[in-house]
Design a protein around this ligand. Structure first.
Ligand SMILES: Nc1nc2c(ncn2[C@@H]2O[C@H](COP(=O)(O)OP(=O)(O)O)[C@@H](O)[C@H]2O)c(=O)[nH]1
Ligand SMILES: Nc1ncnc2c1ncn2[C@@H]1O[C@H](COP(=O)(O)OP(=O)(O)O)[C@@H](O)[C@H]1O
Length: 212
């Protein structure tokens, strides 16, 4: 049976570790399809167009939205971000699980869409606001003003934590990675077993009723 793909959504405030954990999950399971987002944000040092993001102008982004090419989209930190529909549909059709790194607005839109039943959403919390700031600075990818803006918006993202299926405090990275892998493994098992269980219970009921 063509197991329909899980839509694994990872969110966190900027700097809490979702990109790192997304990368580790993909290393663990190369069969995972990663939804490469479109964005109007400028590339960071080392980011590759088409791999990390599809870097678009605002006009290009808005025309893709107008053409119905986005599964979801949001305005985050003064830029547009969105998940192109095509690759997601292809991956689901192929029965592959799809990994998303999106904000709470994206998670909400996908969960409320017709694909909602396939969503597994995980939110990462930083151990402290101080540590969140330290990580943003140590990452060395954003200038001081950008870091300040992201810290100001961190509560807006954190405040949506309880809309997720699972919430992990990303303190020790290896421990968080292990928990995330356990969650994905258990959810895959639960959803693959589900369809067969109803038939099995019905068989048991028939056998029970036929037992003298
Ligand atoms: N809704 C939505 N949010 C996205 C998408 N791609 C990235 N984001 C979010 O946009 C925010 C900024 O992402 P980014 O600029 O890469 O910064 P980072 O959070 O520091 O990695 C993060 O909260 C991402 O989860 C997307 O396709 N859709
Ligand atoms: N548990 C952790 N402990 C210490 N540093 C971490 C941890 N998780 C991620 N980091 C580091 O924090 C910085 C931000 O992580 P990143 O994955 O870019 O966050 P996000 O994608 O949520 O913005 C990176 O330098 C990353 O290596």
């Amino acid at each position: 049976m063509n197991r329909r793909g899980l839509l694994i959504i990872l969110s966190s405030p900027s700097g809490a570790g979702k990109t790192t954990l997304t990368r580790r999950l993909r290393d663990w399971d190369p069969s995972l399809s990663f939804s490469v987002s479109a964005t109007t944000r400028a590339p960071r040092p080392g980011e590759v167009d088409g791999k990390d993001y599809h870097f678009l102008t605002e006009a290009e982004f808005k025309s893709r939205v107008a053409n119905g090419e986005m599964l979801e989209h949001a305005h985050v930190f003064g830029n547009f971000y969105g998940s192109p529909k095509g690759p997601v549909a292809d991956a689901i059709e192929a029965g592959r699980d799809v990994l998303f790194d999106v904000d709470w607005q994206g998670a909400q839109q996908i969960s409320n869409s017709s694909l909602g039943q396939h969503v597994l959403s995980v939110f990462f919390l930083p151990p402290s606001i101080k540590e969140l700031h330290r990580r943003l600075v140590s990452r060395g990818q954003d200038d001081a003003e950008t870091i300040h803006k992201r810290m100001l918006k961190s509560w807006d993202e954190i405040s949506h934590w309880d809309g997720y299926n699972y919430v992990l405090i990303n303190d020790d990275l290896d421990a968080t990675e292990a928990k995330l892998k356990s969650i994905v493994t258990a959810e895959r098992l639960r959803r693959s077993q589900q369809p067969g269980l109803t038939d099995h219970v019905r068989k048991l009921q028939t056998e029970f009723e036929e037992t003298p």
